[in-house]
Design a protein around this ligand. Structure first.
Ligand code: UDP
Length: 357
C-alpha cells in the first residue's frame, strides 16, 4: 500500500534581534534545533560572530548586520516573520554609564521600530525587559506588580530602567490598541557561557579574575545580593512564553532561585576554581563614576512564569560558575579585545599577562 504524503510540519520563521549576543546566540541555537528558520539582526556592537560559531554553517540561519534604528531594514527583516524575539538592546551597566545617549536611542527608538514592524507583519513578539525596572525596591520576592523605585533620570544608571519601562508600556499599548501578540519577560541577572565581563557583568568578571590569579574586585561592601539564573534554563522558557496565548499583554519575571551576596559569590568562585586570588573591596566611587547608585537587593518571585510556562530554574550557582569558567578558558581573545579578558587554559600559567596570542 502506498503511504500518504508525510504530515505537513509547520515551519516557524523566527527573527532574533540581538541574536549574536550572549542570550540571543543561545536562543538561536535552541530555535534552530527545534527546526525553525532563523534570521538574526545584530549590529555587533556588543555581540560577536564568534557567539554563532556553532551554527554558522546552518542553511536555516541568516545573519543580517545592521541596527534596529534602521527602520526600513527592520521592516524588511521582520516582514515575513512568525515570531520576533526582541533581545537587541544597549546593555551592561558600564556601557550604559559610558554611552547614555546611544543607549537611550537604541532602547527606545529601536524597540519602537521592532514593535511597529511586528505589528504590520502580524508576528508574535517576545520583548526582553529587565529586573532593573524595579530599581531600588528590595522587597522579598518582587512580583510583576511590585512598585518601581527609581533614582533621578538625570543619573545615567536609571536611564536604562526608564527606557525599558517605556518599552514595556509601548508594547502594552500595541497589544491593547493594535492587537499585537506580545509577551514581556523581565530577566534577572542571566548568566552563563559567552557572557563577557567587558561591560561590567559580575560573574564573567570575577571568574576571569580568579582564573588569571588576579584580585576579585567586589564593589562596595559586597553585601548587595542577586539571584543569578542560567541561560540554559531561561532560553526554552522564552520560546514557550512566545507561544503561550495567555502570555500576551502580560509581563513575567524570570530569575534564579538562590539569593547570594556578591562577597559570597566571590568566595564561592575562589573555592570552586581553587584560585590563589584574594578578594579586593573596591569603593563604588572608584568602580563607577561618582554618584552611581547600586541595587542593594534584587529577588524575583517567579510564580507567574512557573504557572504559565513551567519555568523552573534548576541549574545551581556552582554549576553555572564552572560552565562560565569552561567557556572563558575555551575562548580566544578577539582582535582588539582587552587583554584582561584573556584566560589561560587549565594548567596554564596563572598570570595576569598570559594570553592565547
Ligand atoms: N560587581 C562587583 N564586581 C564586579 C562587577 C560587578 O562587585 O567586578 C557588583 C555590582 O556592583 C552589582 C553586582 O555585582 O552590585 C551585579 O552587577 P552586574 O553589573 O553583573 O549586574 P546588575 O548590577 O545589573 O545586577
Amino acid at each position: 500500500m502506498p503511504e500518504g504524503p508525510p504530515e505537513e510540519v509547520e515551519l516557524m520563521k523566527s527573527v532574533v534581534t540581538g541574536g549574536a549576543g550572549f542570550i540571543g546566540s543561545h536562543l538561536v541555537e535552541h530555535l534552530l534545533a527545534q527546526g525553525d528558520e532563523v534570521v538574526v539582526l545584530d549590529d555587533f556592537s556588543t555581540g560577536s560572530r564568534r557567539n554563532l560559531a556553532a551554527v554558522e554553517g546552518s542553511s536555516a540561519l541568516s545573519v543580517v548586520e545592521g541596527s534596529i534604528l534602521d527602520r526600513p531594514l527592520v521592516d524588511a527583516v521582520i516582514e515575513h516573520a512568525d515570531r520576533v524575539f526582541h533581545l537587541a538592546a544597549a546593555v551592561g551597566v558600564r556601557r550604559i554609564v559610558k554611552e547614555p545617549l546611544e543607549c537611550l536611542r537604541v532602547n527606545l527608538h529601536g524597540t519602537e521600530n521592532v514593535l511597529a514592524a511586528a505589528c504590520s507583519a502580524e508576528a508574535v513578539v517576545l520583548l526582553a525587559s529587565t529586573s532593573e525596572i524595579y530599581g531600588k525596591n528590595t522587597s522579598d520576592g518582587l512580583t510583576e506588580e511590585s512598585d518601581r523605585i527609581l533614582g533621578s533620570p538625570l543619573k545615567s544608571r536609571w536611564t536604562y530602567a526608564a527606557a525599558k519601562g517605556i518599552d514595556e508600556a509601548m508594547a502594552h499599548v500595541y497589544f491593547e490598541r493594535h492587537g499585537l501578540r506580545v509577551a514581556i519577560v523581565r530577566l534577572f541577572n542571566t548568566v552563563g557561557p559567552r557572557q563577557t565581563g567587558r561591560y561590567g557583568m559580575v560573574v564573567p568578571n570575577l571568574v576571569g579574575q580568579a582564573v588569571r590569579g588576579e584580585p576579585l574586585t567586589v564593589y562596595g561592601d559586597g553585601l548587595q545580593t542577586r539571584c543569578f539564573s542560567y541561560v540554559g534554563d531561561i532560553v526554552p522558557a522564552l520560546v514557550r512564553l512566545a507561544d503561550a496565548r495567555e502570555a500576551y499583554g502580560r509581563a513575567f519575571n524570570m530569575g534564579g532561585s538562590q539569593e547570594i551576596s556578591i562577597l559570597s559569590l566571590a568566595e564561592l568562585i575562589i573555592e570552586l576554581l581553587r584560585s590563589p586570588s584574594r578578594i579586593e573591596l573596591v569603593p563604588y566611587d572608584v568602580a563607577y563614576p561618582q554618584g552611581f547608585e547600586d541595587m542593594r537587593r534584587r529577588v524575583p518571585d517567579n510564580t507567574k512564569a512557573r504557572k504559565c510556562v513551567g519555568f523552573d530554574p534548576r541549574t545551581r550557582l556552582d554549576e553555572i560558575v564552572l560552565a562560565v569558567e569552561k567557556s572563558l578558558r575555551a575562548q580566544k581573545p578577539l582582535d582588539g579585545a582587552s587583554e584582561a579578558e584573556a584566560v589561560p587554559a587549565r594548567g596554564g600559567k596563572n598570570s595576569a599577562s598570559a594570553t592565547f596570542r
